[in-house]
Design a protein around this ligand. Sequence first.
Ligand code: MG
Ligand code: MG
Length: 256
Amino acid sequence: MNWSRQIHIKSPAELQIMREAGRINATVLATTKELLKPGVSTADLNAAAEEVLRKHGCVSPFKGYGHPPYPASITVSINRELVHGIPSRNRKLKAGDIVSIDCGTVLDGWVADSAFTGGVGQISPEAQALLDVTLGALHAGIEKMCVGNRTGDVSAAIQNYVESRGFQVTREYTGHGVGRQMHEGPQVPNYGKPGTGLPLKAGMTIALEPMVLVGTEETRVLPDQWTVVSADGSLTAHFEHSVAVTEGKPLILTVP
Ligand code: MG
Ligand code: MG
């Protein structure tokens, strides 16, 4: 991923718009979560997401992003697929699948970026543990997003939370600043050392996104040039929130 490393501090008024974008993004994700049922296609999930975005006069920054241009408004990544799965009419959900859905929302030129992983019907205890650890790691990272800390404190919190529970974090895909662009500085990896990296300042907005694997941390990209899978075929999960650093507690932008 090659994106601008520029860091932009947001004003309170700008944060308010990003918070509104985040609220809409949360509605999109909640709508897709309701649809996680056997037989639903991943294209159905994308269509439902686009309908919510349209209703709010918003678009997803994913559509047309990158090379080759990403063709949909959300990514849907099932089981061994870690991130960037392309929705398809032929891809139907099955009971026991775990499904990661990532969506962005652009409102008045400001971006919110968030993801969750959910189960289809009954899922295995291992899959449930993976989901719990990935969500827990996201919140362990968010807790460290305070003035006085550095990006390495956030990264280390995520890595320690995951690895101390016997799971792996990806080295290849990272959290990132978010704002006018979907990807700004700073880059926030899911691994790192406390006390290193950039100091966090009030008004920074960062999309934190632990991507967690049951087996090897190694991944590869499928021939569609987007879908990232675990190299060993093991289960993976992904949770993400866009979060603002404030003078007080971190402000999660992508909640209802
Ligand atoms: Mg995302
Ligand atoms: Mg992101």
